[in-house]
Write a protein that binds this ligand. Sequence first.
Ligand code: MF3
Ligand code: CO
Ligand code: CO
Length: 274
Amino acid sequence: MTIYVDANEVPLRKSGQIRLYDESGFAGMRAAGQLTAQCLDRVGELVKPGVTTQELDDFIFQFALDNGSIAATLNYRGYTHSSCISLNHVVCHGIPGGKALKDGDILNIDVTLIVDGWHGDSSRMYVAGNSKRAAERLIDVTYESLMRGISAALPGNTTGDIGHAIQAYAEGQRCSVVRDFCGHGLGQLFHDEPNILHYGRPGEGVELRPGMLFTIEPMINLGRPHVKVLSDGWTAVTRDRSLSAQFEHSVGITESGCEIFTTSPSGLHKPVFA
Ligand code: MF3
Ligand code: CO
Ligand code: CO
């Protein structure tokens, strides 16, 4: 049975219950979400062949500090970077490092900035130099998958409605949905209840209620859905080495629909292709 609790009345730790936040929570999420979105806008200016993913992470580290924030991933479960940067066949949790971007690389940059205790978690795809047609199609399908999932995020719907909207669209485009990672509740915690699966059946899962805060972050592959985690303990790659893409927004369920906290202030929500 799902138990919903007033976020103001329970201790700040994972309890298996679903927290419902009030207007002050939504205000906190707006501030955190907007700073994260601005960070993703700015780091995009640096993405080009020759730049290393460590340089991108360094920018994000400094951007957070300059804005009175800190990245939630820094020292999270032993992770030591301010972002995850996932190239080409890396599905998620790519660790920034000294490898330089090459022309045609596609990458996901995933950032969570904490502002006054609130977590704004978002990721987008970027292209270094000139993109290839197959990569462009995957990026477009993945972005549309996220937005269809968000369209199903309505009070009275369920988490299964979100997953179904994503899966039906992505598979209809001959792509596959990664099963091993999911979206998550967030707010004053980084990863909270409920899990938001990116596949599923209508009406399954947990009912969505006003005040719920969570991410939707589908990972979509051009090939098969299966992933493996490399020996570094973080980097998840497609088993068939096919290209993978991801977009993520942090959202809140309102009385009438859903508010997106991490919308780009400059309209840079996805790469533009020639
Ligand atoms: N930002 C990721 C998410 O969307 C989580 C990264 S956790 C890390 O949930 F430790 F890998 F950084
Ligand atoms: Co997330
Ligand atoms: Co994220």
